[in-house]
Design a protein around this ligand. Sequence first.
Ligand SMILES: [Zn+2]
Length: 317
Amino acid sequence: MCLFNCAFFISLKRMNEVFFLSENNRTMANARLLAAHEDIFICPICSNPVKVVDLKSLICSNHHCFDISKQGYVNLLSHPLRTKYDRKLFESRAIISQNGVFDPLIARICKIMVDELGPTSTMECIKILDAGCGEGSHLPDIQQRIHEQSQHNLLGLGMDISKDGIRIASRRSSRAIWCVADLAQCPFKDNQFDFILNILSPSNYSEFHRMLADDGMVIKVIPERKYLQELRGMFYRPTDKMVYSNEHTVELFSRKFKVVDIQRVQYSVTIDQKYMGQLVHMTPLSWGASQEQIQQILGMHKLEVTMDFSVLLGKKE
Ligand SMILES: [Zn+2]
């Protein structure tokens, strides 16, 4: 277990790739990538194969039709679903991520993946699904880091139930295929993903098991008890939501997958006042907080916060 301080300097280092492409080119790149890999998808309604038509729609052999948006993502929800995660939360998390707050966690995930892939690359495309990707901060970063460390050919797919999240993701990166979809009816064929990432997000283990390749790996990140404990301490009384346990989560995970390892990642970051608002709004922790409590944090000059995660690694039995 390592505990270290991560100096938190404000840089816009990863607002990069995105702005090299114009809005229109990025949209086309997203849609073309989707069309090139249409065989990965199935219809979420009838499970039949689908085809991309004119870079505008994804249509199944039963004529169920799903629009490809002008940003180049596809919306595969058969009906709109409400979620409490809104645009403000995703935009806040994108800014916090761009400033490196999750870097040590992402570096650990990449090390796990590179170790699992091994040194020998093949022509085969390694498929990575980020299930519950939100605003898509992590997947392009993970693709970039793995690309730098290995010669594997990678394909990234990000899915989330929130259209707000996927809209932000598809504007920020054309490196991955982005789709709005329900975890309960994932629109992907069986046994095909080499990695399914599930980072601080809800799960559907039956669907993960169905979609995972036989030798694939599920990487699930869950918050540990010290995660953002400084915010928790300010938002809740000691008797409220300060203490929680992950035992149940691990138990549910282990019912579907053989747990090959659980790794703890702990570090701290110092958040400058300029980004205090984004810190507060990137987490559902603030949903129960009073305006007075939020103002108290926003007024702080800086705040050191603890990041504390467990990374669960699962394989098929
Ligand atoms: Zn269909």
